[in-house]
Design a binder for this molecule. Structure first.
Ligand code: CAA
Length: 293
């Protein structure tokens, strides 16, 4: 059955090579997923070779874990490992790619620059996907020569296990791009839903509301550990454990985006700002409070 809002799948273009902009943890998780499910060459890129190689090393290590667990055989492990590479030269990395996804810093100007650079080296039909968790797809595509090939492709942490994929259509996104995104989501074995191009889409808007209230509870004096324990049994992960998984800076950015868009409904917690300023995961002090030291 066709997902709601998805165009006819006959419009989808084949994906024979995937390029990834960034080689951090999210980008590396994406590389692992793409190589396992699509079994096509996947190139991770970053500002220097060391970072790109680190991303490749992560994918190789995860493949080794699957092998050790008996999930895949040696043959498959070798094949998948050989399909992943790290590059710094965009022309080499993306010149023959038909699907490029960016997973760089969550900042509009950075993402716009990345897409402008990528557009110089890819074919006119190459899909430019963004894993942004909150920013406007329409705005990100606005200055490109081919804004019709930009689409939001938003995964959740941990990418290997979370089943959902938010696909976001910008004002200019055409049906062939959207159909390719849905076909790719299916090949990746994710449940794809079409969401509106609005701040933080659906999941992070809900999560932002939740984190606003958790932040208020802590700012009113409840220890972090108590807030976390209160959720044991009703959520798969307590809020501050989730915060550590997602990355406090991403969560803060999400709440800032939402507060700008809907000031009356979202709250940027000083506790969250303190966690981000400490540049550590959300953690407990000796008394169960935030300990920024
Ligand atoms: N990476 C890869 N695999 C992982 C993993 C990780 N970080 N954490 C757990 N897993 C795998 C385990 O290996 C295990 O797989 P197998 O059964 O195949 O061995 C499976 O997940 C279940 O793990 P566990 O039994 O150890 O743990 P669990 O039952 O507590 O489940 C969880 C783990 C699925 C992550 C669960 O805690 C959960 O659903 N947490 C909520 C996560 C969530 O809400 N994510 C969305 C965050 S928002 C976001 O990401 C949006 C954004 O843009 C910032």
């Amino acid at each position: 059955k066709r997902p709601a809002g998805a165009p006819d799948k006959s419009l989808a273009r084949p994906v024979t090579k995937v390029g990834i902009v960034g080689a951090g943890l999210m980008a590396s998780q994406l590389a692992l997923l793409f190589v396992r499910r699509l079994e096509v060459p996947v190139v991770l890129t970053d500002l220097d070779q060391e970072r790109a190689d680190k991303g490749v090393a992560y994918v190789h290590a995860e493949i080794d874990k699957l092998l050790a667990k008996g999930r895949i055989n040696q043959d498959k492990a070798n094949r998948h490992k050989a399909l992943v590479s790290g590059e710094t030269d965009k022309q080499v990395a993306f010149g023959d790619a038909d699907f490029v996804i960016e997973a760089v810093f969550e900042e509009m100007s950075v993402k716009k620059t990345v897409f402008a650079d990528v557009e110089k080296v890819v074919s006119a039909e190459c899909v430019l996907a963004t894993n942004t968790s909150s920013l406007s797809i329409t705005e990100m595509a606005a200055d490109l020569e081919h804004p019709e090939r930009v689409v939001g492709f938003h995964f959740f942490n941990p990418v290997a296990v979370m089943p959902l994929l938010e696909i976001v259509k910008g004002d200019a996104t055409d049906d062939a791009t959207l159909a390719t995104a849905f076909a790719t989501g299916k090949a990746l074995k994710k449940t794809s839903i079409l969401v509106k191009d609005s701040p933080s889409f659906i999941v992070n808007r809900l999560l932002g509301r939740f984190m606003s209230e958790v932040g208020r509870i802590v700012d009113e004096g409840t220890p972090v550990s108590v807030a976390d324990n209160a959720f044991a049994g009703i959520a798969p992960m307590p809020p501050f454990v989730l915060l550590s998984l997602v990355g406090p800076a991403i969560a803060l950015h999400n709440n800032e985006t939402l507060q700008r868009a809907f000031p009356e409904r979202f709250y940027v917690s000083p506790a969250l700002e303190r966690i981000v300023a400490a540049r550590k995961p959300a953690y407990y002090g000796p008394d169960g409070n935030l300990d920024p030291e």
